[in-house]
Design a protein around this ligand. Structure first.
Ligand SMILES: Cc1cc2nc3c(=O)[nH]c(=O)nc-3n(C[C@H](O)[C@H](O)[C@H](O)COP(=O)(O)OP(=O)(O)OC[C@H]3O[C@@H](n4cnc5c(N)ncnc54)[C@H](O)[C@@H]3O)c2cc1C
Length: 323
């Protein structure tokens, strides 16, 4: 019985949310006294395996075949299903990414195993696992427990755990797992990895975000925010009304119908703090809000709040930062 953390690869190596999932898996392993192993699937994952050898994991399980060189839901679901069947882990954990939404339900259906998706936390009650999951755009949190003793597949929302909490160990062993994969069962042919429109940013991996809301007033005021973004070396994000007005592209939008972010600093300018926005940024480590309304709900979440007019404050702040 063990905890498996399945790693997703990104252009730069390991996907940020896989590190977060590992932090969660390690915590779960400690709480339930279960060993933790990492599963790597791909064509050549030896270099990736080295990234995990210094971590506090028992084993690194490699599943290597050219048929997994590119992501396909058929290939990855078949490979992971075989790993689960042969190794019988207690829990299989991943970050709740787009790829996971695509292929983990298939693993669940193939094996008839529970898939408890998009959790924000876990607890242990009387030795049993209880997962917490948001409902209705974060208005409610439901506690869910898996049925049965068999393997259970779990995904965690971005920022449910912190990458920094991954603990180090020494000398995790590496083991190859062989699977049988027939190329005829892979029904899709990969194209170039999905890219957002030119100039789009991956806000989910940004460390500093300046986010602008309807309080900016009009499109003509946006350049002052962009100057601040530049002065802070930040990425630009927004609430939905700014996108709906056509002032910024949709890939800037944070929230339930936009991106989920977890930067070290989220600087919110003229954003009220509606639940649909908050659900996408509440995992930020530090939140600063400027709003002229002292009752703005975002102040309840913010670490620092400035009650004032952003049109006055932002240019002065930029000027100060530019020295
Ligand atoms: C199904 C659904 C999905 C949604 N998805 C999203 C989503 O993904 N992301 C999202 O953001 N929203 C989403 N929304 C919309 C959400 O409900 C809110 O309407 C939205 O987040 C409000 O954006 P805002 O805070 O910028 O605007 P407002 O709520 O209008 O707030 C503007 C704030 O700016 C302040 N302000 C005004 N002028 C100034 C000034 N000069 N200086 C300082 N402060 C000032 C005001 O006091 C106010 O607090 C969704 C809604 C629905 C129904």
């Amino acid at each position: 019985m063990s905890v498996f953390v399945v790693v997703e690869q990104s252009n730069s190596g390991v996907h940020r949310m896989s590190w977060e999932a590992l932090a969660g898996g390690q915590a779960l392993g400690r709480d339930l006294s279960l060993p933790v192993s990492v599963v790597l699937m791909g064509e050549n994952v030896s270099a990736l395996a080295e990234s995990f050898q210094s971590k506090d994991v028992k084993e690194i399980l490699k599943v290597e075949t050219p048929l997994l060189s590119n992501y396909s839901a058929d290939g990855f679901s078949s490979a992971l299903a075989q790993v689960i069947e042969t190794e019988s882990p207690k829990y299989v954990i991943m970050g709740h990414t787009y790829m996971v939404r695509d292929f983990l339900p298939r693993v669940s259906a193939k094996l008839g195993l529970p898939f408890l998706a998009d959790n924000i936390a876990y607890g242990v009650e009387d030795g049993s696992l209880v997962l917490s999951k948001q409902l209705f755009s974060g208005k409610l949190v439901a506690d869910v427990s898996p049925n049965g003793d068999g393997p259970c597949i779990i995904s965690f929302q971005s920022a449910a755990f912190q990458e920094e909490d991954v603990t180090d160990g020494s000398g995790a062993s590496v083991r190859d797992i062989s699977i049988s994969l027939d190329e005829n069962t892979i029904r899709s042919r990969p194209e170039e990895p999905f890219q957002e429109a030119a100039g789009a940013v991956d806000l989910s991996s940004a460390e500093v975000i300046v986010s602008v809301g309807r309080g900016i007033g009009k499109e003509e005021n946006l350049p002052m925010v962009k100057d601040l973004v530049q002065a802070m070396g930040a990425e630009l994000a927004s609430s939905r009304p700014v996108v709906d007005a056509g002032w910024l592209e949709s890939y800037h939008q944070v929230g339930s119908s936009g991106q989920t972010v977890a930067p070290k600093l989220y600087f919110a300018l003229g954003i009220s703090g509606a639940i649909q926005h908050v659900v996408g940024m509440k995992g930020s480590k530090n939140i600063i809000a400027i709003n002229k309304d002292p009752e703005a709900p975002l102040f309840e979440l913010a670490d620092y709040g400035v009650v004032g007019d952003l049109l006055e404050i932002v240019p002065k702040l930029t000027e100060t930062l530019q020295g």
